[in-house]
Structure formats: structure tokens, C-alpha cells
Design a protein around this ligand. Sequence first.
Ligand code: URA
Length: 422
Amino acid sequence: FDVVDLIRTKRDHGALSTPEIDWLIDAYTRGYVADEQMAALAMAIVLNGMSRQEIRDLTLAMIASGERMDFSQLSKTTVDKHSTGGVGDKITLPLMPLVASFGVAVPQLSGRGLGHTGGTLDKLESIPGWRASLSNAEILEQLESVGGVICAAGSGLAPADKKLYALRDITGTVEAIPLIASSIMSKKIAEGTASLVLDVKFGSGAFMQDIARSRELAQTMVDLGNDAGVRTTALLTNMEVPLGLTIGNANEVRESLEVLAGGGPADVVELTLALASEMLALAGQPDADVAAALADGRAMDTWNRVIRAQGGDPTAALPVAKETETVVAPASGVLLRQDALAFGIAAWRLGAGRARASDPVVHAAGIELHAKPGDTVVAGQPLFTLAADDASRFARALAALDGAWAVGPASELPESLPLVVE
Ligand code: URA
């Protein structure tokens, strides 16, 4: 095949055949197709889309570019969760031990944050000693003995996606349903989980602001999973406001521990329980009492075992920032809004996130929210606290929050969609 012909085909609204896609992904992985050619093709896909068959072929070709994990030798069934990412989304932390406490294996192969969305591995690295990198043999052993693992996805899974995602990131070609769906699902199918629950977000802090596009992304991924033999379902959830009361790394671990101790913010608990029920239903336990396992400490026991198994000390103190700055309500009224994207960018500017994949994160940096939209506040009451190791970061973080929140009369409170929409 000639890659220029393939680019022209997509440019002119045509469809690529299965052999063409197989050849393209193999040639790109090996370096025979250049980055600029792949970028041109990715842009044609952003503009003109792909058919169901093309999306399926692309996903399978990216799986075939690397190794596949095999959990079939475990004595338990496997179930995983994937979130399309958001602000304050620490749900994997309480969810993994909660679901594992029911005797199923939860392999959470996770990533690091880039831009305003946080990464699960960055959050867990706040815990002294905790190690993200495990061999395949260690993952299998830990799933069998403890039931849960959160670790870095090995570089052997879908290497074509790794290369293509990095290229899309710098060429304005991330936001296309065929590309996002095939990227996420190639890694999840290659990982070898038997079942998968997707948390597909919409709203200001999500990839897709629009609920209809998020629904289409969810349906596309659910179809890809089920076609490949992975029992897959999705929840469509609201990312207009940050999840919970913390945005950052160490502070999100602290909040997750509150949830595992039976407390924590209502929205984090609600989403954790909803996803846990969905995961356990796929794993053959539709009547599991997930709330009881949070309340009675079973989920916390599993958390402690998982953290210890990966070298962490679950009793160690988490890092605390040197500098804080608190913003208070300018008047009495109701908190009207709290824009997820703006708060995510502010936490990033405080040091909680990174601009380049190689940057370090500041584990203690982030934001603590003291009120959520709909809460009544009085003048002078703290609304949120910024935390950083260097006070010079506050001005740029506050600039990101300009217009992102407001206090006013209850009559101006906009209607909001529920947390779990479908
Ligand atoms: N996450 C991925 O892994 N890939 C995408 O394309 C988008 C989000």
C-alpha cells in the first residue's frame, strides 16, 4: 500500500479496508510511515470520521502491535474500570479495594496525568514507598493473593497506540470519537480483563463537553469491548464540577481514605458505589451489598494489603504543602457554580499536574473545596484553599479561577444534571 493513497482516501470521505488498516498500523509502529503522514491521516479522521468497521479494525490492529496479558490462569474472574478522566476523579482509589473485597480480581492498569486531568499513579505516589511499576508476574501474583492491583500499564501493551497518542497530543487530533475509542479500548482489550465498566464523562472538565457526543463515545467503546469478548458496560457521568472536595494528589488520597473509612463526600461515595455495583454485576454478583463493605472496613482492609504489597506504608503521613491561600465568599448567598476545567487548570498551575510527560508533580499541591454549588454560604466563609510549595504560584492559579465560581441569590442557581445520568 501507499500511505499517501490512504491519506487521500480519508481526506475524500472514503473508507479504509481491513488490510489497509492492518498494514498502516504495522508500518507506523515500525517507523515506515512517518509521523507527519500519520498526523495528516489523524486529522482527516478528526474531520471525516470512521465507520464502525474501520474503528474495529483500527482497535484490533493496535492490539496486534504488542503483547496481550492473560489472566485466565487466575482462580477469580477479572473486572476493570476505566474513566475517560476528569477533575478530582480519585474514584479508582476507593473502588479497586471495594470491588476486590468481594473476591474478584481488579487489575487497574493506570496512567499518569497530563494537562488538567490527574493521573491515578501520580496520586498513589504520594504514599511513601509505593511503587507503580510491576512485572507481569508480580501483577498476576498480587491479583491472586490480594485481589487488586493499581500499576503502570506495561509499554508492551498496544505500542502503536502509545506512539499515535503522543502524536495526536501535539497535533490537535485527540478529540475524535474513533481515535479516542480505539485508543482506550485497544489497551483495555490487550490487558485481558474479562469485564470492564467505563465511566464516560461529559461537561467542562471532560474530553467531551457535550452529553450526546459522550454518549456516542460510550456506545462506541461498549460495542468494541463486547465485540472483542470483553463484557463491557458504561455509565455516563457529570464532570461539570470537580468530583469531591479535593483536587491534587496527596489530598485526593486523603479523601479516598475517608471514603474507605465509611465517610467522605457524598458525590465520591455515590459514584464509587454505582461503579462497584456495575462491576460486580458483570462479575456475577448483581446483589453485592457494596455500601456494607465500605461501612464495615472490608474495603479498607483490602486497600492496606494492596498498598503494602506494592511497597507502600499505608500508615505513613502524606505530604503537606508549605504554603496555602484561602479564598472566602465575598457576600452571603448560594455558591452558584464551580467550573471543573478552571479548577483543574488551577491545580495544575499549583504544581499538582504536569505540562510534559517527563515533568515531576508536586504531591502536596492542589485545591481543597469548602463548598459545592448549591451550598449556602455567608460573607467571609472560606470557599476553597489553594496549596503549593511556592507561594509565587498562587497568582497564576487564581487567574485561572477568574469567573469560574460565583456567589449569588438562590434564584440564580442553574439547573444541573445528576451525577450519574445513564
Ligand atoms: N485516553 C486514551 O488512552 N486515549 C485517548 O485517545 C484519549 C484518552
